[in-house]
Design a protein around this ligand. Sequence first.
Ligand SMILES: Nc1ncnc2c1ncn2[C@@H]1O[C@H](COP(=O)(O)OP(=O)(O)OP(=O)(O)O)[C@@H](O)[C@H]1O
Ligand SMILES: [Mg+2]
Length: 284
Amino acid sequence: MYRKAINKTSRSHDYLLLDLIFAGDHESVKPGNVDAFKRLARIAKSYPDRCSLFAKQTCCAMIELKSISKTYKGYGGNYPALSHINLTIEEGDYLIVMGKSGSGKSTLLNILSGIDRPDEGSLLFRGSPLEQLSESSISKWRGRHVGIVFQFYQLLPSLTAQDNLLFAMELVGVIPKQERKHRVRDLLTRVGLEGKFEKFPHQLSGGERQRVAIARALANDPPLLIADEPTGNLDSITSQAIHQIFEQLNKSGKTIVQVTHENVTDRPFNKLYHMKDGVLSTPN
Ligand SMILES: Nc1ncnc2c1ncn2[C@@H]1O[C@H](COP(=O)(O)OP(=O)(O)OP(=O)(O)O)[C@@H](O)[C@H]1O
Ligand SMILES: [Mg+2]
């Protein structure tokens, strides 16, 4: 069926493949459905010149960090924050990095999201090196592909919950204007904020603000969600609710990378790493 569809059309190959993924047979090409995904990947591989985007999505990891190092330079001397980090993040992963304060977790996330650049090493996104992009191209890439959730929410205080999301959509511009309001309401409802669309951040609890921040991170439908201590400022019950939202998002196909100083054993992650003094390791 895929082979037939690939042969049948004369439209741009990337659009065809996106059609296959998002409309043609959406359910069966989700990363969770490994057999169908591999079958489609095999077909895609036999048309390398015609299906570059899909081939990249299926043949390469979502993100590969190759020997990434980062040293902060200052008056007090140089501080090596990350040292030769190698990490592979596959589509659909829920990856957690645990580490004490100062171990380099936020530095790692800044590099994953292109906010900061490494001194050494390479970051490949679906097979393409990020370091070759200009600052403005990295910003565009981030807007489309990465949603970020911070410990202290970082909502715009003068905008309502709804307007915080609309603003994020306006900045990136990938969601068509006529769909935005509906999408905002849908996202805020999904994170349990029905009836609070018009509230300003100061009128919301910490947990509710974090829900707005998660909805905002999803505003432009990025495949990757990055969370820096998203429950570090919340009580345990609220934290649990936020983790359930992450779990659902991961089940719906989002790739999640979360860093925390908490000892996590009961989360639905599939990859767990430790970070110590800028060095990443897997637990014994
Ligand atoms: N801009 C900077 N200039 C100099 N040193 C920095 C800078 N940012 C971070 N560092 C140092 O690099 C190390 C790693 O910092 P990072 O923020 O990545 O740690 P972290 O694991 O996120 O800590 P926390 O759990 O407290 O957020 C720390 O020792 C920090 O002091
Ligand atoms: Mg940090």
